[in-house]
Design a protein around this ligand. Structure first.
Ligand code: SAM
Ligand code: SF4
Length: 332
């Protein structure tokens, strides 16, 4: 078990499959992009599957989310999903993607065993989408979302980061779009994990500010189910003439941290365990895998890392320092 010193057990594994991406979202990456990891430093499909197998069979992981960078840029994604789906006990398998090209691959991914998908969409306005993602690809994302729904990966979840002065006008339209189609929308507070020195706590759009226009438009009530280890606080929207009702979530990582309930562990595409998004230390599993280490060696390193998992991310501490890697290289 991945047990830490504060009584938390990690059962949810985030696997970053690549640090590369075909978008340049302002809150995640600099406009010029980043220097990509050399291919030889990236875990191979077999190495990824070995790590996943050990996590599931030996460490009690029950949920796996593939992310990146953009996980659809990884050619072997379908094989990795299929390999993970063959494990016993079978883990729940999810994907977080920007949706580009998803329409062409979603049927194969569902057939391989993918259970759920989260697609990032920050605006329904082509210009604002392009301003945020620095690429004019809104139509491709929308195609990906529809294809995921048609492939039965329901409920399709949509992730949105709201940036002050850019896409605040999208809060209600994004909600309406998702409610009408039965998608579950999650707004995410912007975290200090993008280009260095650009995050500003004062400029960040808070959960409260995101909820205000929704409260006014729909009148929200707190969803009945408890949040548990899930990061999103869920709100219920009652049906009206314009939409059939549904749920909207807000992930308030900054203003209402949920570190006390965290059940996450992470592996980067170059094989480093991170016990927290904000970790400033990593545990090198790749060296063990490539140095002839046994499964027991991997288990020992991984459990050891979790024993030292910090209590909280500390964003509000005076001595907070943003981690060296930015979001796309960690795996969000
Ligand atoms: N490329 C895929 C995507 O965009 O969905 C997967 C990786 S991306 C890093 C995962 C999620 O992290 C996305 O929903 C994105 O909006 C979110 N994200 C990226 N940078 C963020 C930041 N600084 N604060 C909050 N969320 C962020
Ligand atoms: Fe790429 Fe996702 Fe980061 Fe946007 S949020 S730059 S799509 S990794």
């Amino acid at each position: 078990m991945l047990l830490d010193g504060y009584g938390r057990t990690a059962r949810d594994l985030r696997v970053s499959l690549t640090d590369r991406c075909n978008l340049r979202c302002t809150y995640c990456m600099p406009a010029e992009g980043l220097e990509w990891q050399p291919v030889e430093e990236t875990l191979t499909d077999d190495e990824m599957l070995r790590v996943i197998r050990i996590a599931v069979e030996r460490l009690g992981v029950t949920k796996i989310r593939f992310t990146g960078g953009e996980p659809l840029l990884r050619g072997g994604l379908e094989d990795i999903v299929a390999g993970a789906a063959r494990l016993d006990p079978r883990p729940e398998l999810a994907l977080t993607t920007n949706g580009l090209g998803l329409d062409k691959r979603v049927a194969a991914l569902a057939a391989a065993g993918l259970d759920r998908v989260n697609i990032s969409l920050d605006s329904l306005d082509p210009q604002r989408y392009a301003q945020l993602a620095r690429r004019d690809r809104l139509d491709d994302v929308l195609k990906g979302i529809e294809a995921a729904d048609r492939a039965g990966l329901r409920p399709v979840k949509v992730n949105s980061v709201i940036m002050r002065g850019i896409n605040e006008p999208d809060i209600v339209p994004l909600s309406q779009f998702c409610l009408e189609r039965g998608y579950e929308l999650r707004f995410i507070e912007q975290m200090p994990l993008g280009p260095r020195g650009e995050w500003d706590r004062e400029a960040m759009v808070t959960a409260e500010e995101i909820l205000a226009p929704l409260q006014e438009r729909y009148g929200l009530s707190a969803a009945e189910e408890p949040r548990g280890a899930a990061p999103a606080q869920l709100w219920q929207v009652a049906a009206d003439d314009s939409q059939p009702g549904g749920r909207i979530g807000v992930i308030a990582s900054v203003t209402h941290p949920f570190c006390g309930d965290c059940d996450r562990t992470r592996i980067t595409s170059d094989g480093q365990v991170r016990t927290c998004l904000f970790s400033r230390t990593e545990t090198d599993l790749r060296a063990i895998l490539r140095g002839g280490g046994t499964d027991d060696d991997v288990v020992a390193a991984w459990t050891g890392a979790h024993r030292a998992k910090p209590r909280a991310h500390g964003i509000d501490d005076d001595d907070f320092v943003q981690p060296e890697r930015t979001m796309s290289a960690i795996g969000g």
